[in-house]
Design a protein around this ligand. Structure first.
Ligand code: PHE
Ligand code: ZN
Length: 891
């Protein structure tokens, strides 16, 4: 057992919020940069906040060597302040204070990648959420906003480039081989948006003209040798700037905007004011190293960070419980950005389907597990554990519901009012809701429950057709399962977009007394606000097929009994492309669940003709966007199938899904082959939506074709691998080859390709990540193989991308192997979490989450899982991050 209560970390509650005792107006910082001993001098002017009940002057600090502390020019004696843990308190401070603080820090030893750290000989900072306190003592909380001036000094040879937020106002030599650069950020900001970068970097730069005519300087900074991989990030940045002007009327407020790529980063990227810092994964791309998925990821993350400049930076969060205020809104904005860039209606739907797939697979699962929390949490132990799919993706769904309820123009009005009211402030989720309510005149009181109640609501559908009265009545009943700390839930305000299809598959004009103003429309947004409500449609001349929750209008589970025939009709005809896809997924899920049960009971497996023919029809329908066809043809993932069961049997699910894939291939071989041949994209690689869609369908066809052991398809993949002119095709072929089960000779040939791939891309870290990931998720890769790969000279736990590529991929994306019946996967997991805990608590805690749903597995596995969790929980010097995750799992 863990020793005692003394080591039990403190829980922080939203209800305990107290405004800061002192505001900070200006911050001047001087850095003498040295990899193992950086000296930081900070001078800040502070003023008492008379409205706060906090009378002390409170600063936070972590892992700092405090060299000096002066208040209003006087050195403070040890007795004049009190340090307890991360808190430094000065009692009886005057109302106006100038604090001067000197600290020394060791970036080289900072493996947490939070605060100031070294990456490949360069200096990088990461201050969100609470990293600034690892640089200096400071009121490190987002509601304290100040203007910063930053002086950087360093060796000129080793650190020729010196960057910080805002504008460069002075630079020059200091003699003795050192130089300096002085930066000034004209906007006040919270400390979590502070950044500096220093080192050997090169940049692609461009002058860009804003709509207003003002010229700005855009830069993408990378390590030497990567300048051939920055064009897509630069294009994405320009698209982002233009989009925010056009869609939201928001202009870039600085004269210079910089992106820096680093190979050592805990997350995707960070929106520091004017100096975004990115994981290389979301910057570097050229056709030979990056896939279509990478290109799309870069576009959306560059957009995301840029959009934060208004939603996050200009208007920020009052406290970290409000994190979704900036993250949910900014995800919504980046999703809309990507959708608008594609432009077409099906392109938008494809993007929507991809986003919903992620939400369901990861967020619904989080919402059903021990870490479930509301979009605006009530408590946390470690804020870093709350950068979750609930805060981001569900948060975005909540914003999208305003959009659905208020309409395009109504939503824009709400956004305008939000900025008009709160520019330059640190605010709460409720302020955003108030702006939406006040600008539209709508009562959004009940809508607040989306922020306060965790769990995924379920909406049950009962429908009755009255032929005589020609009415169709839909009864919607909502409920929400209990989540940790919340047993009772009140009804949500749920927008349910819907339509009715006639027997011909066409939309029926809708007439409902409750929605008179929209009489005759073919799509309506019903508003479900009570536990149960009935909506009656009149003038319905024959029994319709309902299409509900169109475009996934709310983050709920829709429980509805469709017949196969009805689903077939929806799949073939629904005017809402999201629900067309959804119908196909329902058909597939139903079958995969049945197959899984059959596997468990040792029954013979079979797949019916109706389903296969529906897939064939979709695959061959040239009028459909290939990207849409690819989505329909992609079976629900093993994780999604698992959600259908009370008790999860990963091996049975895997067997069932593989059987389905092989059977589909058996029947659709000719169709798949012509889909393959019909969607080649010869010539120069281009990451446009159309070419991506073609490659996507072609490579899906390839992966199916290789489910059927056969010489010619193996050769097809081999040829594609050898001749590929881009990473998308090369990686797809290699994945198919690696997962192919054929003759020994073929296995040898596949292994040879894998080797060649490594050799060809040895110098490209992001490609070697793919090489590890591909093997981590291969069907034949077991725990022993992972241990082998961990011994590979290119593997290290020190780099988050590399650690994730092998170990996270295995624990999260290879369920039938990770959940090996002997528990060896869990033992490996425990070892990894413990090892990572010492290096990087944030990354360790992420991996710890792989065990969240352990209570969903059979007893025989639970025993091993519990032991592994307990082993981690019993580890000495466990970080708050990991401790919170494992103790919640064990609770
Ligand atoms: N705020 C970043 C984003 O969403 C994510 C992030 C959080 C990055 C914490 C680093 C550390 O864009
Ligand atoms: Zn963000």
């Amino acid at each position: 057992m863990r020793n005692d209560t003394a080591s039990k970390p403190e829980t922080i509650f939203r209800k305990d919020y107290i405004a800061p005792g002192f505001w900070v107006d200006t911050v001047e910082m001087g850095f003498d940069l040295d990899l193992s001993a950086t000296h930081v001098a900070t001078r800040m002017t502070m003023r008492r906040n008379h409205d706060s009940s906090e009378k002390d002057l409170v600063l936070f600090g972590e892992s700092l060597k405090l060299l000096q502390l002066r208040m209003n020019g006087v050195n403070l004696k040890k007795s004049a302040y009190k340090i307890e843990g991360e808190t430094l308190r000065i009692a009886n401070a005057p109302d106006e204070v100038t604090l001067e603080i000197e600290t020394r820090i060791n970036p080289l030893k900072n493996t947490s990648l939070s605060g100031l750290y070294a990456s490949n000989g360069n200096f990088i900072t990461q201050c969100e959420a609470e990293g600034f306190r690892k640089i200096t003592w400071f009121p490190d909380r987002p509601d304290v906003m100040a203007k910063y001036t930053v002086m950087l000094r360093a060796d000129k040879k080793k650190f020729p480039v010196l960057l910080s937020n805002g504008n460069l106002i002075e630079e020059g030599d200091l003699g003795d081989g050192r130089h300096f650069a002085k930066w000034e950020d004209p906007f006040k900001k919270p400390s979590y948006l502070f950044a500096l970068v220093a080192g050997k970097l090169v940049c692609q730069e461009e002058n860009y003209k804003l709509k207003s005519g003002r010229e700005v300087l855009l830069q993408v900074w990378v390590e030497d040798g990567n300048l051939d991989k920055t064009q897509h990030a630069m294009d994405s940045l320009k698209n982002s700037i233009r989009w925010d002007e056009e869609r939201f009327g928001l202009e870039l407020d600085l004269d210079r905007f910089m992106i820096v790529a680093t190979g050592d980063f805990n997350m995707g990227a960070m929106e520091n004011k004017g100096l975004n810092i990115f994981n290389t994964k979301y910057v570097l791309a050229n056709p030979s190293i990056a896939t279509d998925v990478d290109y799309a990821g870069i576009e959306s993350v560059v957009g995301h960070e840029y959009f934060h400049n208004w939603t996050g930076n200009r208007v920020t969060c009052r406290d970290w419980f409000q994190l979704s205020l900036k993250e949910g809104l900014t995800v919504f904005r980046d999703q809309e950005f990507s959708a608008d860039l594609v432009g077409t209606a099906t392109g938008r739907a494809v993007k929507r389907i991809e986003d919903v797939r992620l939400l369901r697979q990861v967020q619904f699962s989080e919402d059903a597990g021990p870490m479930a929390h509301p979009v605006r949490p009530d408590s946390f132990v470690e804020i870093n554990n709350f950068y979750t799919v609930t805060i981001y993706e569900k948060g975005s769904e909540v914003v999208r519901m305003y959009y659905t309820l208020l309409g395009h123009d109504g939503f824009r009005k709400g956004m305008d009012l939000y900025f008009e009211r709160h520019d330059g402030q640190a605010v709460e989720c409720d302020d955003f809701r108030a702006a939406m309510a006040d600008s539209s005149g709508r009562d959004l009181t009940q809508f607040e429950r989306w922020y306060s109640q965790a769990g995924t609501p379920r909406v049950k559908v009962d429908a009755i057709y009255d032929a005589e009265a020609q009415t169709y009545s839909i009864t919607l009943s909502q409920s929400c399962p209990a989540t940790p700390g919340q047993t009772e839930k009140l009804p949500f305000h749920i927008p349910v977009a819907m339509g009715l299809l006639g027997a011909d598959g066409k939309d029926i004009p809708l007439h409902s007394v409750a929605y008179e103003a929209q009489a005759g429309a073919t799509s309506l947004v019903l508003e479900l606000t009570e536990a149960s409500q009935t909506f009656v449609f009149t003038g319905v001349s024959s029994k319709p097929v309902p299409s509900l929750l169109r475009n996934f209008s709310a983050p709920v589970v829709l429980e509805i009994d469709y017949s196969d025939e009805e689903l077939g009709l929806l799949l073939a005809n629904d005017s809402d492309p999201f629900n067309r896809w959804e119908a196909g997924q329902r058909l597939a899920t139903r079958r995969l669940v049945k197959l899984t049960t059959a596997v468990q009971q040792g029954e013979e497996l079979s797949l019916d003709g109706m389903f296969i023919e529906a897939l064939r029809a979709t695959l061959n329908d040239a009028s459909l966007d290939p990207a849409f066809r690819e989505l329909v043809l992609t079976l629900p993932s093993e994780a999604m199938i698992a959600e259908e069961f009370k008790v999860v049997d990963p091996q049975a699910i895997h067997t069932a899904r593989q059987f389905a894939r092989a059977t589909i291939t058996e029947h659709l071989r000719a169709d798949l082959l012509s889909a393959y041949e019909g969607h080649l994209t010869p010539g120069k690689y281009s990451p446009d939506a159309q070419s991506m869609a073609k490659r996507g369908l072609k490579n899906l066809a390839l992966s199916y074709l290789l489910e059927w052991s056969d010489e010619s398809t193996f050769e097809l993949a081999k040829t594609q691998f050898d001749d590929a002119e881009n990473m998308t095709d090369r990686l797809a072929a290699l994945t198919a080859l690696t997962n192919f089960s054929g003759t020994d000779k073929q296995a040898k040939s596949a292994a040879k390709s894998l080797k060649a791939f490594y050799k060809d891309f040895k110098k490209e870290a992001l490609v070697i990540d793919k090489w590890f990931m591909l093997q981590a998720t291969a069907r034949t890769t077991d725990v022993a193989k992972i241990r082998d790969l961990m011994e590979h000279p290119a593997f290290t736990l020190n780099n988050p991308n590399r650690a994730r590529s092998l170990t996270f991929a295995f624990c999260n994306a290879n369920p039938s192997r990770f959940h090996a019946v002997d528990g060896s996967g869990y033992a490996l997991w425990a070892e990894l979490v413990i090892a990572l805990n010492k290096l990087n608590p944030q990354v360790a805690a992420r991996l710890a989450r792989s065990m969240d749903r352990w209570k969903k597995y059979p007893e025989s596995l639970q025993v091993h899982m519990k032991a592994a969790l307990q082993k981690v929980a019993d580890t000495k010097k466990l970080s708050k991050d990991v401790l919170e995750v494992v103790s919640k799992a064990l609770a």
